[in-house]
Write a protein that binds this ligand. Sequence first.
Ligand code: ADP
Ligand code: MG
Length: 626
Amino acid sequence: MEKKQFQAESKRLLELMINSIYSQKEVFLRELISNASDAIDKMYYKALTDDSLSFEKDNYYIKIISDKKNRTLKVVDTGIGMTKGELEQNLGTIAKSGSLAFKTENEIKDGYDIIGQFGVGFYAAFMVADVVTVISKAHGSEEAYKWESEGADGYTIESYDKDHVGTEIILKLKENTEDENYDDYLEEYRLKEIIKKYSDFIRYPIKMNVTVQKPKENNENEFEEHVEEQIINSMVPIWRKNKNELKKEDYEQFYNEKHYGFDKPLKHIHISADGTVRYQAILYIPERIPFDYYSQEYEKGLELYANSVLIMSKCSDLLPDHFSFVKGMVDSEDLSLNISREMLQHDRQLKVIAKNINRRIKNELQLLLKNDRQTYEKFYEAFGRQLKYGVYSEFGAHKEDLQDLLLFYSSTEKKLVTLDEYVSRMSEEQKYIYYATGESYERIEKLPQTELVADKGYEILYFTEDIDEFAIKMLLQYKEKEFKSVSSGDLGIEEDEKEKKKDNAEKEFEKLFAYMKNILGDKVTDVRASKRLRSHPVCLSSEGEVSIEMEKVLQAMPDNQNIKANKVLEINTEHDVFNSLKEAFEHDKEKVTLYTNILFNQALLIEGLPVEDPVEFTNDICKVLV
Ligand code: ADP
Ligand code: MG
């Protein structure tokens, strides 16, 4: 019979499975049972939403059959089955395409990370079997098919006889090796153990024939072996269980089983609400950023169950954008099964649930921040940016909710601090919460604009992400303290004698500054004596709503509207450079032009802004050198 080829990425995954040295090969059974359960879910859902079908609960089950003589293990389900096309499509190609792409070569070689943390699904069967056979009859179809594969070099498909709708997976177990006793997977006790460990909460019965000792009919004191069919799993979904009965590992297990992420969850939240709307939820904050998180492809949402039946795998209405990283599920007995996507959006119950969930996530994060700062910082490193977007978006509608979750690097503490911590350290005379923006902490540290504020002993928050200043502008203030950029016009710092002198300097050199302004034209709105500079000769500051950092961000946007900051060139009148300027102003006006242009370009460079004409700039410097 003709052999068909696996799609390239599938083949790679398959080879990985076949040669796996992963120690917990037992997870293959979890994957097969999970698929069987999904298939019954689909059937159940169909029956519940289609009046012409009836769902007899007793007809839906999963059965595990071990055959020691032939060394085969069978997983039988009465789910929706697969057509010929579906067999080829679903088992010949990887649905979760890209799941391998973001793994490092080493992780792939070890196989460990993928298998343990990210479900590999059906192909896991090849960790324990040489030959995998799938016999399936799809709901609504007359014919059945047999799919068979001995590994990476392809598979065959042929017609087959099967009475009932559903799927049978037959594993021909590998020969035992020194390290691995595959016969184990034929033993009752071992199979029971694996099912209990990974699949206890599966909602359909997982049946198995189990040998029991029974007293003989004619002689009560003698026993004989007797085979009876038992249900191995408790069938209570984990979210219906009591929190006290569950361990951290159980939640991690569920996270893996559900393939919510390929990492371990940083934290889980288990909600069992009995209020106006009854619902259970298990939510997770992932440890790592999903590889596509900050891309268009990423889809937020939680799994939504109505009375334990999955009705939507990504319900986005349940999560606000600022918590889009949260994974998990919600089950409510108050939701209708027949509800459509459109109706869901307007569903009152769903709105209540979404609101509660939002509040719970916020509270949990706040607790984490308070009680386990290290873990919170790990979280913040991954998703802090999203929180800041949350502050900024929807015209600040969520800013109150989110402001206490923000962290910024502090100039004095040399670590991340909350706004509350900053404000609690403010002295009485300090009017504002100061911040400085730049590419990195190191670069901000060296910014001339920070000199005066730092000299005063005031703490400065360092903003290194483009969203930072936008978010802060949306906040306006925190605990009645306004935010102030160290580059802004008025810093709100009391003038001492020196400053007064500078005011006088301003008057005295008005003519010089006006002359310089004239040279620079509309590149600047003003040239002034600086009150904030200590050791540097020049800097730029901004007046008005748009800061220089914001100008940079706005200029980089695709729909750039050429919005510019109103820039002021500040001159340090205490600096020797200023003496040269004064002298030139009296004796050599051409030199004033030269100096002004150089100083302005230097100020641009300090800000990380491009110099308009670098060649002219270097020529200017050469003129000074010769
Ligand atoms: P996943 O379950 O994450 O989709 P799998 O590799 O486990 O990935 O399964 C691939 C697909 O094969 C499933 O999505 C499903 O469509 C199909 N499938 C696997 N096992 C069964 C089964 N027992 N009954 C029906 N369909 C199945
Ligand atoms: Mg699966």
